[in-house]
Each structure stands twice: as C-alpha cells, then as structure tokens.
Design a protein around this ligand. Structure first.
Ligand SMILES: *Cc1c(COP(=O)(O)O)cnc(C)c1O
Length: 353
C-alpha cells in the first residue's frame, strides 16, 4: 500500500463545484490580474483574521520581505528568528538586506524561545520574526513584551499555522504584520504559488500594495517596486477553500489526536506538544526520534514500506551551504534545541481528507 504525504486531489474533489464556480467566474469576468476576485479574497482574508488589511502577493517569501521593506527593515538591521524553519524565513531577510540572527527554539514547541531573545538584542536589532512552526503559534505574549521593552517590530511568519491561535491571543493581534504562504502544500493552499500580508498597520498596507505592483498606486505613476501579485484565479481557489479551513483544521487535529493516542507510550520517539490553551492545527505532525542516529533509518523504513513520511527540516538554516552568506546571518548563543529538532524530526502524514 502506498500512503501519500498530501491529499491535494482528494481535497479538490470534495469541493470541486465551489472551486470550479470561482474559477469560471474569474474566466468569464475577463479580469485576471488585480481584478474583483482578488479584492474579494483580500476582504475575506482580513475578516477571517479580524484585521483591517490583507494584501495578496506572489508567495510567502515575498510577503515577508515586502513587509520588511515596508517597515523600513534593511541593510544594517538585525532580525531575530530561529534556524529550525523553512529556509525562506532567513532568505527574506537576506533579500531585504538585513541580517538574520538565530536564537534557540523552545524544547517542546520548537517555536522561538522567548527566554533566548533578550541576550541576542543589540543596538542594531530592529525586529523579531517568530515562526509558527508546524501549525502551532509561538509564545506571542512573551515576544510582544520583549518587543515593547526594546521598541522592536514584530512580524509573524505564519506560513504554517493558518487558523491556529494561542492561549488568549489571535494570530496578528500582537504583531505589526502577519505573513502567509498559499503554496499548495500549506494548510490553506492554491494550485500553485501565492502569499499574503495581513495587518492593522496602514503604512504596511499602503507600501506593500504599492511595492507588489511596480511601485504604482495610480495608473501610469510609478515609484520603484516589484512584480509580486496574487492572480485572481488563485484568489478564487483560496476564497472557496477559506470557507472550509476551520473544518479542515479540525480534521487535522482529529487525526493528530489519533496518532497521539496510538503512539502514547512509545519510548523511542517524542510526540508533538500542544501548549495549554493553544490551537495547534497540525500543518505537520512531527515526531522526533530520541536518538538522532535513529532518524534516517526510521525514515527509510517508513518510505520502504510505502509510507511517504518526510523531514521538516533536516538541515537547519545555519547548516546550509554558503552560510552565513556574506555575514548576513549569525547565531546568538547556543541553539541545542533547534539542532536537536533538525537532527531528529520526522513528519508523519497529516492531511484533512
Ligand atoms: C513555506 C514557507 C515560507 C515561504 O513561502 P513560499 O510561498 O514558498 O515563498 C516561509 N516561511 C515558512 C515557515 C514556510 O513554511
């Protein structure tokens, strides 16, 4: 038996009529770029977050660096984040010209360890960039407190936790902006690439909107910008899927609970941890082998058995080739938890359908 890692086609079949209707609406409208479907989805997205603005962009990486740019984060500035994340978190800092500063992650949640942040702050520190890894929010209350004390910006990398929330806080509530990715393998994904910035900050809204469209606010008038738009076809797919995201996340949670019950008592692996009061949406169900030497053989065993398990992410950012990319990255303090996470993680299948 083959057990696939994703269920994209099954998901499409479940709500095919809704997706097809939106696609046809776009096709018949004749407006495919910056059209009414994009506007509609942006409105729905802002409403979903209970926030003022949402701006669709080309992908999650652009969402991050366009936000950095809109907030004036650039060369000479340091952004504090974690190294056990998808490469793009640091890549976006590199693109903006800023320096990524890595601190350790929490031993249990694998998100940024607030206790490690203060020691890494220097006069150059401009922003904190917590990643809501695997579907669980970072401890945003603690992050916010540190940001207030040191007058720092906070940008949430929410490529992996769409629909999650913390203990008494929503995503976006305690930061300057939230950056999301809609590439198909994320829990809210389109049939291709996409991303968005969600914010209450009028400046972020105005500048990202301008930057994503060749620096243009008014037809034929430009300041320098880029081309990073969310196409209306993708906005239509996402608009259809957004109506189901809470139900799909509930199913992810249900499957995760089944794993957790079935694997309780396993002595050679550690199961995912859900912080009290948090809604973990299990974008990924990640176990860790207690012994790092067991990880690769275990993964190979599963794959040989037809179970398409994966690793997110076996090579942490600071372990990638070329690090530290012209000194645009550095590690502040020991990062044993992030290194353990990279060495021991295995993602088991966890998708709604
Ligand atoms: C996927 C992802 C991104 C980048 O998103 P793209 O749409 O692929 O550019 C950024 N950060 C994290 C944590 C991600 O998982």
């Amino acid at each position: 038996m083959q057990v696939p890692f994703y269920g994209h086609v099954r998901q499409y079949h479940k709500i095919r009529s809704e997706i097809d209707a939106n696609i046809h609406e776009v096709l018949e409208s004749g407006q495919y770029v910056m059209g009414p479907m994009l506007k509609r989805f942006e409105q729905e997205l802002a409403e979903y977050h209970g926030m003022k603005y949402a701006i669709g962009v080309g992908n999650g990486t652009d969402a991050l660096w366009l936000t950095f740019m809109a907030l004036g984060i650039g060369p000479g500035d340091e952004c504090i984040t974690t190294t056990n994340t998808f490469f793009a978190t640091a890549e976006a800092m590199w693109i903006a010209g800023a320096t990524a500063v890595f601190v350790d992650s929490d031993a249990r949640t694998n998100c940024i360890d607030p206790a490690a942040i203060e020691a890494a702050i220097t006069p150059k520190t401009k922003a904190l960039v917590p990643v809501h890894l695997y579907g669980q929010c970072a401890d945003m209350k603690a992050v916010r407190k540190i940001a207030d004390k040191h007058k720092l910006l906070v940008i949430e990398d929410n490529a992996q936790a769409f629909g999650a929330h913390g203990d008494g806080f929503k995503i976006g509530e305690l930061s300057d902006a939230v950056c999301t990715s809609f590439i198909i393998q994320k829990n809210l994904g389109t049939f291709g690439d996409g991303g968005a910035v969600v914010t209450n900050n009028e400046q972020v809204d105005r500048v990202v909107r301008r930057l994503r469209n060749h620096g243009s606010e008014k037809r034929s008038c430009h300041s320098f910008g880029f081309n990073s738009r969310l196409d209306d076809l993708h906005a239509g797919v996402l608009s259809a899927k957004l109506k189901h995201i809470d139900e799909w996340n509930d199913l992810r949670r249900k499957h995760a609970a089944r794993y957790t019950a079935g694997l309780a008592g396993a002595k050679t692996i550690t199961l995912p941890y859900e912080a009290p009061g948090y809604r973990h949406i299990f974008h990924l169900y990640v176990v860790e082998t207690r012994n790092p030497a067991h990880r690769d053989p275990f993964l190979e065993f599963l794959n040989q058995a037809g179970i398409d398990a994966k690793c997110h992410y076996p090579i942490a950012i600071h372990q990638q080739e070329g690090y530290p990319w012209g000194k645009q990255a550095r590690i502040a303090g020991p990062i044993p938890n992030s290194e353990r996470n990279a060495a021991c993680c295995i993602s088991l299948q966890c998708f709604p359908n």
